[in-house]
Design a protein. Structure first.
Length: 460
């Protein structure tokens, strides 16, 4: 079985097709053989009844001489020479006996018995390997008329069929092998094309190419379409990953450069203790910026794996929203974007304050980043019967409806916002934080008018 499985699939398919064809042909031969045998038996029975009727009429009209003449005429026919005709008197003594070809009188001892059969009786001839079907009819004189038919011609016909079958079957099986090979090769051609494309991509790492196959139809066409769609997603992911890595490198290079520059300046000559303290403060600020970038990447990985750990404490969403506005007020003012907060008694939830603050900060940062000068960003906190929520609304560029379902995907960057720096991790991380708290993060947007992101959490 293992050796069979190691053979190429095309070879197995062709051989399997030929084997199935040969098996089907064998079954059909068996059915044909049985059906032919049944037809021949019925034909012989009908022929035997016709001969019995004919001999009875001739005997009634012309007597034994007429029957002899009829029997002589039968002997000239291939089938007629297989007929037995026996006429006996009331004591079952034979008055006329016409033997079938290759039969002897000694083979008919059973006919001399006193009994007679109303249905055909089968007599075996072990010497010739044949059988004889005999019908018996009582004559008006009290005698018996017996007509039989040998199975020799029927058996010759049935024996010829198995001899003819190999002559026909061998070319057909060879034709089946050829047809199976052709069909397997044609069916597997798109698959080979797909394998070749995968091998080329594995060797070169180029995921920009697409696979086409005019022979692919039905399920294979669907497979090629799905494969090309997957390649498109992979290519987009590779591009996004490259852009994200560039942004990560930039976001890390800036604070590291600041650390190095500050340290070099501080060490270039003797300074006052205050100057060293100021340099160290700048170093700490720079390292915190680098740490923030790494924390974002690590938390995004934890969110992707579903392993975000929460440090649950009572958290006031009103205070959290006001704190985020205070944190980004300067950045918004420098860009010329209005930033306000409206709190309506959202209340307290059981949550991880650090992670919730980061989620709201990501939403506020995105809103400010993609809102042009003169626009406005508003954080609104509130509650309803089942949840508390914070909505971050902006008057920015908005998101196209075709892109809206993907804005929470990891590394995804909208075409409208690709010019802005960012890792493409913030929204996905914010949604993961919301879901980790049993809540949700939804987005609504109208291109050119702005977007609204709503963070909903179950009440404490």
């Amino acid at each position: 079985m293992r050796a069979w499985r190691r053979r190429p699939f095309g070879v197995r398919l062709a051989l399997g097709y030929a084997a199935l064809f040969a098996l089907s042909a064998g079954v059909l031969l068996g059915i044909a053989y049985a059906a032919l045998g049944l037809v021949l038996v019925r034909q012989d029975a009908a022929y035997l009844r016709d001969q019995l009727g004919a001999v009875e009429q001739i005997y009634a009209r012309d007597g034994l001489d007429g029957v002899r003449r009829y029997a002589a005429a039968l002997q000239e026919d291939d089938r007629g020479e297989e007929v037995l005709i026996r006429i006996a008197d009331a004591d079952n003594a034979a008055r006329l006996l016409v033997l079938p070809d290759a039969w002897q009188q000694s083979d008919f001892g059973v006919l001399d018995g006193p009994s007679e059969a109303p249905i055909p009786r089968e007599i075996a001839n072990a010497r010739e390997g044949q059988t004889l079907d005999v019908l018996t009819r009582r004559l008006p004189s009290g005698g018996r008329l017996q007509v039989g038919l040998s199975s020799d011609e029927r058996e010759d016909t049935l024996e010829a069929l198995p001899r003819v079958f190999p002559v026909v079957a061998v070319p057909l099986v060879l034709l089946a092998l050829l047809g199976g090979w052709f069909m397997a090769n044609r069916a597997l051609r798109p698959v080979r094309r797909l394998v070749g494309a995968l091998e080329a991509m594995t060797a070169t790492g180029d995921v920009r190419q697409r696979v086409t196959s005019p022979e692919a139809e039905g399920e294979l066409a669907d497979l090629f379409a799905l494969f090309n769609q997957t390649l498109g997603r992979v290519e987009a992911l590779v591009v996004q990953l490259g852009s994200t890595l560039d942004d990560v490198a930039h976001d890390l290079r800036t604070p590291l450069t600041a650390v190095r520059g500050t340290a070099e300046v501080a060490l270039s000559r003797e300074r006052e203790p205050e100057a060293y303290r100021a340099a160290l403060a700048r170093v700490i600020a720079a390292t915190e910026a680098a740490e923030g970038t790494l924390d974002t990447v690590m938390e995004a990985a934890e969110a992707e794996a579903g392993t975000l750990a929460l440090d649950l404490t009572p958290v006031s969403l009103d205070a959290l929203a006001r704190g985020v506005v205070d944190l980004y007020e300067t950045a918004a003012s420098e860009k010329g974007v209005g930033l306000t907060v409206e709190t309506g008694g959202a209340g307290t939830v059981s949550g991880d304050e650090r992670r919730l603050r980061r989620a709201l900060a990501n939403l506020a940062d995105n809103a400010i980043k993609y809102t042009p000068p003169g626009g406005r960003v508003t954080l609104t906190a509130g509650h309803d019967a089942s949840a508390v929520w914070v909505a971050v609304a902006d008057t920015g560029v908005g998101i196209d409806s075709s892109e809206l379902p993907r804005v929470f995907d990891r590394l995804y960057r909208s075409e409208r916002t690709r010019h802005e720096r960012g890792l493409g991790l913030g929204l996905g991380l914010a949604r993961a934080v919301a879901e980790a708290h049993g809540g949700s993060l939804t987005a609504e947007s109208v291109p050119g008018q702005g977007s609204v992101f709503t963070l909903r959490l179950p009440t404490a």
